[in-house]
Design a protein. Structure first.
Length: 341
């Protein structure tokens, strides 16, 4: 398997593409005029508690007040159920499965109007809807996710070898033998890494959380007390693995920053990052632009002759399946079944 990461930097936006065996697998976009706020931590103030919705509106300094549901308010009694929510490899808080935690108390018992709270964004604003928040804070690093309010030590479900899962748990658990806070989730990138690498991440996350706690004490309401890395740095942190052949960057300045970041946090991989100075745009060279256009088409043709129509709204994304030129052979039910397949 041949895998490369392409980084395209322009004044308007930065794009990162993951290409595997010549085919586009992932595309990440960050626009300069509107960076996403997912993962950012703010010092907020509860504007209004709404018992009828089991939620509250919170002022965090954005254009619109953000939304915080009672399910996303941290409760010590429910902390033991958080491990299941992090058994993937994500870095944003999520709720445990139904039944894994005690019943959620009324929102009025958790929050009050005018209360100052520390919150993290889990969903960007869209349309007329404000950002979605949680008070279950999580901070990602190269190999770990810090859960400062939890005692959980979990391992990404993508690491399947049971002996390796136990080794990683033991390493992280040894840093806090008393079993107290904080908790951690071991990310997929940690598989096969030595204890020293995980210990460095734990030290880094400890410093980051201490700085956040200090900043919260003096920050005004609406102040951002933690902001995640820019897209190119996040891509190197989260996507860079030893089986990635190259990271090609078409900006000399960004390339230098990525090399310095990699040299500090992932020694041995920095030499895979190289500046691309060719005449053709790097995305054109790999056919990524054509792939993007096909992916963004509202109408998607199917091999059978049918087609999909994809529409995105504030509430949902709808996918309409049509038979198109596929007429089938037997009856309507068989034709629909084959089209759906």
């Amino acid at each position: 398997m041949s895998e490369e990461i392409l980084v395209n930097v322009t004044p308007r936006e930065t794009r990162v593409a993951v290409v595997e065996n010549g085919m586009l697998q992932e595309l990440h976009i960050e626009r300069g005029w509107r960076r996403g706020v997912v993962g950012n931590i703010y010092k907020g103030k509860v504007q209004r508690v709404m018992p009828g919705m089991q939620a509250a509106f919170v002022e965090i300094g954005l254009d619109r007040a953000a939304f915080l549901h009672a399910n996303d308010v941290f409760r010590a009694s429910a902390a033991s159920g958080i491990e299941a929510a992090f058994e993937g490899d994500g870095a944003a808080a999520a709720m445990p499965a139904p039944g894994a935690a005690p019943a959620v108390p009324p929102i009025g018992e958790l929050l009050r109007d005018g209360q100052e709270i520390v919150v993290q964004v889990v969903k960007d604003p869209i349309g007329s809807k404000g950002a979605r928040l949680t008070t279950q804070i999580s901070i990602p690093s190269r190999y770990l996710v810090l859960l400062p309010q939890s005692r959980v030590i979990g391992v990404s479900s993508r690491i399947e070898d049971e002996a390796e899962r136990q080794r990683l748990k033991t390493i992280v658990g040894s840093q806090n033998p008393a079993g107290g806070q904080p908790g951690y989730i071991v990310r997929t990138n940690a598989e096969g890494q030595p204890a020293e690498a995980l210990e460095e991440d734990i030290a880094y996350l400890g410093r980051a959380w201490s700085l956040i706690e200090q900043t919260v004490r003096t920050a005004p309401v609406g102040g951002c007390v933690y902001e995640d890395l820019s897209l190119p740095l996040r891509a190197v942190r989260d996507l860079m693995r030893r089986d990635v052949e190259k990271v090609k960057v078409d900006s000399r300045e960004t390339c230098d920053r990525l090399r310095a970041f990699a040299a500090q946090y992932m020694p041995g991989l920095a030499e895979k990052i190289e500046h691309y100075g060719g005449a053709r745009p790097v995305f054109d060279l790999y056919g990524v632009e054509d792939e993007i256009q096909r992916a963004l088409d509202k109408e998607v043709p199917l091999k059978s002759g049918g087609y999909l129509v994809i529409d995105q709204t504030e509430a949902m994304t709808t996918i309409d399946v049509n038979t198109g030129s596929f007429l089938g052979q037997r009856n309507l039910e068989e034709t629909a079944y084959r089209t759906n397949l």
